[in-house]
Design a binder for this molecule. Structure first.
Ligand code: 13P
Length: 250
């Protein structure tokens, strides 16, 4: 049985003080309840340290939104996996569509980042998903398959990997894939993984859905057989909404 995983991707939102406040509210609302779901929050780089302190004694994971693929050196503006590890991050998101769309990420650079994070002993959430044009052109499956195959190139062991299917047309738009639409893509991703790594790995791999997940649609989405939690943008910026989504998974 795959344990669900819900992660709040704060993107470029929240100052240090605001992040501390939001993380504290999340911890408080989660309380002592036993929730059968892995939970993470992904603040922007400058906010990781302080949010890390707020969550350090609990079960909520600290997640980074990206990393670089070199150990260190002359890469102005970049952040290494060792730096993220030293802040207490346990997961790193790679290949978010906003990185692909605005910052020139390709399947190859996503693969380099993913390999670096795994080599550092961290876990990775690799995002994949098609644009509206690609969906309307009927090539969703081939786009997502090549993102999976190229993103996971040279990786033998999937135990540190989570995938997040985020249709670009559903991100921040209020348009959610229907549970059936999302599950169909998740099933095709799982089939690709079965083909690459075999049945056991395909059964174990967790695939999150992301794209306008809200408290009102989370239960339906998370009850689909191939959806193992969510990567949450806008709704993760409000403690009430984020915790309601976590509870929908747990
Ligand atoms: P929204 O939940 O705001 O649509 O964002 C989804 C996302 O991109 C999470 O990484």
């Amino acid at each position: 049985m795959r344990k669900k995983i819900v992660v709040g991707n704060w993107k470029m939102n929240k100052t240090v003080a605001e992040g501390r406040e939001l993380a504290s509210a999340i911890i408080e609302q989660l309380g002592e309840d036993v929730i059968d779901c892995e939970v993470g929050i992904a603040p922007a780089y400058p906010v990781l340290g302080e949010v890390g302190k707020v969550i350090e004694n609990g079960d909520v994971r600290l997640v980074a939104q990206n990393c670089h693929y070199e150990d260190d050196g002359a890469y102005t503006g970049e952040v290494s996996t060792r730096m993220l590890d030293s802040l207490g991050c346990s997961y790193i998101i790679v290949g978010h569509s906003e990185r692909r769309q605005y910052f020139g990420e390709t399947n190859r650079t996503v693969n380099l980042r993913l390999k670096k994070a795994l080599a550092e002993g961290m876990q990775v959430i690799m995002c994949i998903g098609e644009t509206l044009e690609e969906r309307e052109g009927g090539i969703t499956e081939s786009i997502v398959t090549s993102q999976v195959r190229e993103g996971l190139a040279d990786i033998d062991d999937l135990s540190g990997v989570v995938l997040a299917y985020e249709p670009v047309w559903a991100i921040g738009t209020g348009k959610t894939a229907t549970p059936e639409q999302a599950d169909a893509v998740h099933a095709s991703i799982r089939a690709t993984i079965r083909d690459m790594y075999g049945e056991a790995a395909a059964k174990e791999l967790r695939i999150q859905y992301g794209g306008s997940v809200k408290p009102s649609n989370a239960v339906e989405l998370f009850s689909m057989p191939n959806i193992d939690g969510g990567l949450i943008g806008g709704a993760s910026l409000k403690a009430d909404d984020f915790v309601a989504i976590v509870r929908a998974a747990g």
